[in-house]
Design a protein around this ligand. Sequence first.
Ligand SMILES: [Ca+2]
Length: 223
Amino acid sequence: MTPIRPPMAPALALTVVLLAGPTLLRADDQSTAVGVLPADAQGRPLNLDFETGTLDDWTAEGDAFRDQPIEGDTVSPRRGDMKSNHAGRYWIGTFERLGDEPGGTLTSVPFPITHPFASFLVAGGADRGTRVELVLADSGRVIAEANGENTEDLGRVVVDLSEHRGERLRIRLVDQVSGGWGHLNFDDFRLHPERPDLPARDPLPPPTPTPTPGSPPRSRPPR
Ligand SMILES: [Ca+2]
């Protein structure tokens, strides 16, 4: 029996976003989800969508994130089968300046988890060495990861943060892969009062916790 195919291919579905309601944000394309940017203690929205055109509110280590963010869709001019699909004007794409070779991390300032859901755009390599990590700021524990699917087209991931409300979070972008598809694309981290009604995929399962520097070693089960 022929399996019933879904009415919309996943790659297409990721580009379709419902934009409605009083918190509608203007964007050059349809990737911006309804929601709010996380804010600092003074209520200032943080640059987690890169629309300042700078890396303000982020700290880069290594070369992979040098000269970011990227302005406009630099993908479709070099390959007609994909596009950046970013939100607004600026986004992060570690291939776009220096290719796949450089590595590094880009870490946000910590911010309070004020809403039960978050979402962000991610693309790039499918290797787990290129990934987005959501990190509890106080413990260093990674609570969710996401990476690309060997495509440049940014697609949205939704994360349930309800059990961590009131805690502080950092976003850490990791690029540890130098070969083919050794790059990460990212944009538009937002918080949501309820699960956003838009096509999205789930994050990867949380990684196995690893001890943070200075913490006591974890006991291991017998092998
Ligand atoms: Ca943006």
